[in-house]
Structure formats: C-alpha cells, structure tokens
Design a protein around this ligand. Structure first.
Ligand code: THU
Ligand code: ZN
Length: 144
C-alpha cells in the first residue's frame, strides 16, 4: 500500500461535507519527505468550500515548505478522484510540472499523472513577468 495514499485516505475522515457528502483527502509530500494532509471543508455558502488539496498545500506552505514531490488524493467513493482545475492551478503556484499526482482508485489501484499532464501551459509567475514587461512597452508606445 502506497503510504501517501494511506495518508490521504486517513485525512478524508475529517472532511466536513454536509452538502455534497463527497469526502476528499489529500496528502502532500515535500522535498524533505514531510507529509501534510488536508480534507475538504464545505460551507453553507457553497462557493466558500475548501478543497482537500488546497488545505494540504496551505498547511505545508505555512510551515515553510515550497518544494513538493508528490500529492495523493482519495475520495470516500474511492475511485475516479482527480484534483479539480482550481486545485491544479493552486498546486502549480509552487509545484513544477513533474509533481506526481497519485489518485486513489480503490484497493491497491492508483492512477499516476504529472501536474504538467493535468495542467499544461499554466499561468505562472513568469507569465505575469511577461505581462508586466508588455504593459511597460505599451505605456512607452502609447504615451506621447
Ligand atoms: N473537492 C476537493 O476537495 N478537491 C477537488 O479537487 C475536487 C472537489 C471537494 C469539493 C467539494 O467539497 C466536494 O469535493 C464535491 O465537489
Ligand atoms: Zn479542487
């Protein structure tokens, strides 16, 4: 049994899901091997719900980690779970394209992807650097 998947499965027990009843657990392994977990925490104002992956990432970042090796994701349903688009983008703020995303398929079955596969051509800090440079050019060109 993959230990990171086991940690994600443990984490989903703490999920607060009165609305969807869909539990998600995530376990994020940092470059030094520390593991931070998260679960989804729903809210009566549905759009305020926190996703398991962002809770795990927030905990890791709060503790000073900026480099990540792998994230495991599990759901109470136990198959077919992958990080949503928002979580892929949230992970991409710190993780590189080669972050391994391990998705629990139940039993010993795990589907592995890289973040680059799940979110190609993502917006990043570098994208905004280019935009800032372009904005500077535009001002230079536009101002007489
Ligand atoms: N959910 C996550 O925690 N992570 C994802 O990336 C997919 C969706 C949660 C949000 C909500 O509480 C429930 O799953 C149903 O969408
Ligand atoms: Zn998500």
């Amino acid at each position: 049994m993959d230990e990171l998947i086991a940690a994600a499965r443990d984490a989903l027990d703490a999920a607060h899901v009165p609305y969807s009843e869909y539990r998600v657990g995530a376990a994020l392994e940092t470059a030094d091997g520390t593991v931070y977990t998260g679960c989804n925490i729903e809210n009566a104002n549905y759009s305020n719900s926190l996703h398991a992956e962002e809770v795990a990432l927030a905990e890791a970042v709060k503790n000073g980690h900026r480099e990540f090796e792998r994230i495991a994701v599990s759901s109470g349903v136990r198959d077919g779970v992958t990080p949503c688009g928002m979580c892929r983008q949230t992970l991409a703020e710190f993780a590189t394209d080669d972050l391994v995303v391990a998705c629990d398929e139940g039993g010993d079955a795990v589907s592995e992807y890289t973040l680059g596969e799940l979110l190609p051509n993502t917006i990043s800090e570098g994208t905004l650097d280019d935009a800032t440079a372009n904005a500077g050019d535009a001002r230079d060109i536009g101002g007489d």
